[in-house]
Design a protein around this ligand. Structure first.
Ligand code: CA
Length: 248
């Protein structure tokens, strides 16, 4: 990574005055900034060069194609560029949905430019460092359990020889479980450490993601042996099969 080079931030925002305000402020901080007024323009930039952009500031409400759809399209294409989603909405569901489609951070409008700058700095630093959280286990890029082979560097995942494609959020969650193998992890802890939300009133998202991990990795998702439910407490991952009761 050429750290001496200016980080290239893409701002996808149709409100021109806001986009230009962000551009000036970020350029003053030494960033290189490109503006895109809509989703298709943004996605076209990635088609030309998937690694040209270091971070995206993505507005949720865009004409034609929503920020969600842009985010989803990038993640489905296997691009894990950090995405900071902006939204005028205040509903937690929107925030959760943003995270579901693979956004890394979420900031509500109106926001303070210093806060935005700080979030961008953190996201970029995090990316340079690798995993977000202090791992209890030093994880190699490759990990195997059951019939699963996972490469966290290339995002290649296979189960019994069959290739799977996981979203970046699914990979994050999987990695977190593997790094914390054997520990009981609460939904709230997962939201804090993996999604980066604190005090969220809903944990449905976590359960949906657990369902997906089980579908990918369990022989019988209804009777998990690796991604275990711990009643009233949360979840626990074990690489060696264990009796886990039902999937709840
Ligand atoms: Ca907008």
């Amino acid at each position: 990574m050429a750290s001496a080079e200016a980080k290239h931030v893409l701002v996808v925002e149709d409100e021109q005055h806001l986009a230009i305000g962000i551009k000036y402020n970020f350029e003053a901080e030494g960033y290189r900034v490109t503006l895109a007024p809509d989703g298709p323009t943004a996605l076209a930039l990635f088609k030309d060069d998937p690694s040209a952009i270091d971070l995206i500031i993505l507005d949720l409400m865009l004409p034609g194609m929503s920020g969600y759809a842009v985010c989803e399209a990038l993640r489905e294409a296997g691009n894990d560029v950090p995405i900071l989603m902006l939204s005028a909405r205040t509903l937690t569901e929107d925030r959760i949905r943003g995270m579901d489609v693979g956004a890394d951070q979420y900031l509500e409008k109106p926001f303070d430019l210093d806060e935005l700058l700080a979030m961008v700095r953190n996201l970029l630093a995090r990316r340079g460092r690798g995993p977000v959280h202090a791992s209890r286990r030093k994880l190699a890029d490759e990990f195997e359990f059951g019939g699963a082979k996972i490469n966290f560097d290339t995002f290649k995942v296979s189960v019994n020889g069959r290739s799977l494609r996981l979203t970046s959020m699914e990979m994050k969650l999987l990695r977190y479980f593997i790094e914390n193998e054997g520990s009981v992890i609460s939904r709230a802890q997962l939201l804090d450490d993996v999604w980066g939300l604190s005090g969220s009133p809903t944990t449905r998202t976590v359960d949906n993601f657990m369902m997906r991990l089980r579908r990918y990795f369990e022989k019988d998702p209804a009777h998990p042996r690796h991604f275990l439910s711990v009643r009233g407490a949360g979840y626990r991952f074990v690489s060696r099969e264990e009796e886990g009761g039902d999937a709840e």
